[in-house]
Design a protein around this ligand. Structure first.
Ligand code: PGA
Length: 252
């Protein structure tokens, strides 16, 4: 079973509509030939319409960076999955470590958001990952599988099939420190075997597990050549079209 590589760029709080449109135009031009790789970008909410318009017919999907678990209501500043769909998104990032650590998204909140994404018909990218303290204490595997267990509890195999998992060790995000290909592969294999223990064979065989955390053109090939690393969730390096292209090229 070969899984198609999936590379997503998380622009975080960068690129308002004007700059986002320019970056999307460059990406559309540079990524035209990479038909063997699934691609997505996650701009800030206000830039989504510009990016959706620019990337029409490009094959590059547009993702939200987060969502609220309700459809609508008195939740000042929040955006629902249904709104993301209406704006042209097909994907959404759920449980990013910055949401967890800076905005207080607990495992419970992440689980609710994951369900909301599926309800809205979005393809979720579910982020999991341990902190440095947790890794140093030898708890990395327990933390990551614990996050998965809480997020996926009660979902059907069919629902889990629609999810991409992103393993993002918190200590590697935005720090320039990457997990080595062997360290990342080890965790990805753990995640896949955790899925194997709980779901029909099709699930671990099909679900893609992205690596995230300081992925750059220089380290992408080593990471993406690992058997259980099916793509990347790229932050900083996705803000430069050429760097993102080079990462995509390492997958294709
Ligand atoms: P980074 O971010 O590539 O800048 O480390 C990755 C992420 O947060 O998804």
């Amino acid at each position: 079973m070969t899984r198609r590589p999936f590379i997503a760029g998380n622009w975080k709080m960068h690129k308002g509509p004007v700059q986002a449109d320019a970056l999307a135009a460059e990406l559309k031009r540079l990524l035209m030939d990479f038909t063997g790789v699934d691609l997505a970008v996650a701009p800030p909410y206000v830039s989504i319409p510009a990016v959706v318009a620019r990337l029409k017919h490009s094959g590059i999907a547009v993702a939200g960076q987060d969502l609220h678990d309700q459809v609508q209501g008195a939740y000042t500043s929040a955006i629902s999955g249904e709104m993301l769909v209406e704006a042209g998104c097909s994907h959404v990032i759920v449980g990013h470590s910055e949401r967890r650590s800076l905005f207080g998204d607990t495992d419970e909140v992440v689980a609710a958001k994951l369900r909301a994404a599926l309800r809205a018909g979005l393809s979720p990218i579910l982020c999991v990952g341990e902190t440095l303290a947790q890794r140093d204490a030898g708890r990395a595997h327990d933390v990551v599988t614990g996050q998965l267990a809480l997020a996926l509890a009660g979902l059907s195999p069919d629902q889990v099939l629609g999810i991409t998992i992103a393993y993002e060790p918190v200590w590697a995000i935005g720090t320039g420190r990457t997990a080595s290909p062997a360290q990342a592969q080890e965790m990805h294999a753990t995640i896949r075997s955790w899925l194997s223990d709980r779901y029909p064979r099709e699930v671990p065989a099909t679900v893609r597990i992205q690596y995230g955390g300081s992925v750059k053109p220089g380290n992408a090939r080593g990471l993406l050549s690992q058997p259980d690393i099916d793509g990347a969730l790229v932050g900083g390096a996705s803000l430069d079209a050429t760097s993102f292209r080079d990462i995509v090229a390492a997958a294709g």
